[in-house]
Design a protein around this ligand. Sequence first.
Ligand code: 13P
Length: 250
Amino acid sequence: MLKKPLIAANWKLNLNPKEATAYFEDLKKNISSSDFENLAFFPPTIDLQVTSEQLKNTPAFWGSQNVYTEISGAFTGENSVEMVKSLGANMCLVGHSERRTYFKETDEEVAKKVQLIQKHEMIPMICVGESLVQRDSGKTFEILNAQMRTVINILDENRPFVIAYEPVWAIGTGKVATPEIAEEAHQFIRSQLSELLSKEVAQEVLLLYGGSVKPENAAELYKQPNIDGFLVGGASLKVDTFLQIYKATI
Ligand code: 13P
C-alpha cells in the first residue's frame, strides 16, 4: 500500500551488483522493517537480481529505471516489463527527463510504458518536469499539461500510480526548486489530475518532488501540503544521506 512519505532512490548509472549488495546490507542494519514501506529503489537493471534478493521479505517498492515498449522480440539491449516483474519488482520509473532528453523518449512512448507497467500489476512512477528554457519562457504549466494529458489518456486510474515532478533545471545541478516553486507545480499537477480524472484520485495520488534534494533542504520542502515525498538522485547513492532525507520527513 502506498503511503506518505514515499522516498525513492534513483541510482541512475551508478553502483554495480557488489556495491548494491553492500548498500542494502548497510541499509537494513540502520532501519526497521516497517520503514521500508516508505522507501522505493530504482537501481540499474543489472542490479535488480541482487535487489530482489536483498529486499525479499521487506515491504519496499523497487524496480527498473525504464522498460521497453514491447514485451519480447528482436530489440537488442532492452528489458521488458515482464522480465522486471519476474524478479518480484512492484514499481518502475518511467519518463525520466534524462530518458526524454538523451534517448528522445516521447510522451506517447512514456504513455505506452505506463500502460504496460499497470497491465503487469506494477506501479508506474511517472516523471514530469519542465526545462529551464521552458520555465523562463513561461511555459511550465503548458509543458506539464502536455506531459500529463498524454499519460492520463491511457492511465487506469483504478490502479495505483505515482507522479514525480522533477524540474530539469534542478536535476543534478545543486539548484533545488524553492518550496514555493515546487508547491505551485504540485498544486497544478493535482488540479490537472482532478480535472482529467477525478477529485478522489487527485487527492490520493502521491506527488514526489525531485531535483537536488539533500538532507539540508528536505524538511522545508516536505512542509508543503502537496509534496508527499521525494525522488532522490545523487544523495540516494549513500545510505547515510538517503536515510537523513527520509528521517527529515518523519
Ligand atoms: P538529483 O537528486 O541528483 O538532482 O537527481 C534527481 C533525479 O533526477 C532523480 O530522478
